[in-house]
Design a protein around this ligand. Structure first.
Ligand code: ADP
Length: 319
């Protein structure tokens, strides 16, 4: 393999830049040329492709977002779009592709691999919802952003003795809510993987108040309902003075944490190794701190699971 391509697709995540850097530097280290595809699958179809040099990825390791930009591309979901993409890659002499993104992006990579163009998927999303890896690039940074917000909200919640509902991202997964809730000492965490009982929540908040708690923090994963909807239900069930904070897209930005930079560097470099070894149609991941790779189909067929022990622990610690 003498030329490979790299693109970022779907929702952006902090850590995509260090992953791109790792792909470029690792490939050049092995005398393989690298082409950046700008704007995800849309840029692939339109041929927005440029050669990247060592210096092209200088000074990006600490930057959020993705220097290759990202996009959602409906056209790529059908075979004609995918064929156009393959034609563009072949026209540039590119023989393998690293796709950094979420599960939708993986499906695109799988489609190309099935049509004979080798791709390797690298899990990049703040949601931590990709099977085949215990952690995705961007999750740790998003968590730290959420915790910073919780700590700040806690200050004002304590001053005014208020109940705060904080809505966090995560699509259909509760990982951000659970980890940030545990690390931020939230009284209650609502995740899509578990049903909640409003009476139990109200009782928990009341007993905390009776013990002298000055505030209550409730984390709601966006996959459960909106923070405003939950606050409405809570105010109906109790008479707590409730405020809502929807953290929104700040969770997708910011300088990647050390953990995300290390993860991105390891996964990006491994993806290049696989292509050099002639192994396409794979997805890289991390399990028990070791690099792993799966057939993309097998990775997508695995079910993303949340650690319910953490959920139970958070309940025990927030009594
Ligand atoms: P993410 O990768 O973050 O999950 P999306 O689900 O939006 O984000 O997927 C990103 C892009 O991947 C889509 O805009 C589309 O171009 C491509 N894609 C998604 N699903 C498929 C599919 N089933 N087949 C081919 N390409 C797909």
């Amino acid at each position: 393999m003498k030329k490979i391509g790299v693109l970022t697709s779907g929702g952006d995540a902090p850590g995509m830049n260090p992953a791109i850097r790792a792909v470029v530097r690792k490939a050049i280290f092995h005398n393989v040329d690298v082409y950046g595809i700008y704007g995800g699958y849309s840029g692939l179809i339109s041929g927005n492709i440029k050669k990247l040099e060592l210096g092209s990825v200088g000074d990006i390791i600490h930057r959020g977002g993705t220097m290759l930009h990202s996009a959602r591309c409906i056209e790529f979901k059908n075979k004609e779009g995918q064929q156009k993409g393959i034609e563009q890659l072949r026209a540039h002499g590119i023989e393998g592709l690293v796709v950094i993104g979420g599960d939708g992006s993986y499906r695109g990579a799988m489609a190309l691999s099935e049509q004979g163009f080798p791709c390797v998927g690298v899990p990049g999303t703040i949601d931590n919802d990709i099977p085949g890896t215990e952690q995705t690039i961007g999750f740790d940074t998003a968590l730290n952003t959420v915790i910073d917000a919780i700590d700040k909200i806690r200050d004002t919640a304590t001053s005014h003795e208020r109940t705060f509902v904080i809505e966090v991202m995560g699509r259909n997964a509760g990982d951000i809510a659970l980890w940030a809730g545990l690390a931020g000492g939230a009284e209650t965490i609502l995740i899509p993987e578990e049903n909640y009982d409003m009476n139990e929540i109200a009782e928990r908040l009341r007993s905390g108040q009776e013990r002298g708690k000055k505030h209550s923090i409730i984390i709601v994963a966006e996959g459960v309902c909106s923070g405003y909807e939950f606050a409405r239900q809570l105010e109906e069930a109790t008479n707590f003075d409730t405020r809502v904070s929807v953290l929104g897209h700040i969770q997708r930005g910011g300088s990647p944490t050390a953990a995300d930079r290390v993860l991105a560097s390891r996964l990006g470099a491994r993806a290049v190794e696989l292509l050099i070894e002639g192994k396409g149609g794979r997805a890289v991941g991390i399990e028990k701190n070791k690099l792993v790779d799966y057939d993309i189909i097998d990775a997508l067929n695995q079910k993303h699971t949340l650690d319910l022990d953490l959920f139970n622990l958070s309940k025990e610690l927030s009594i």
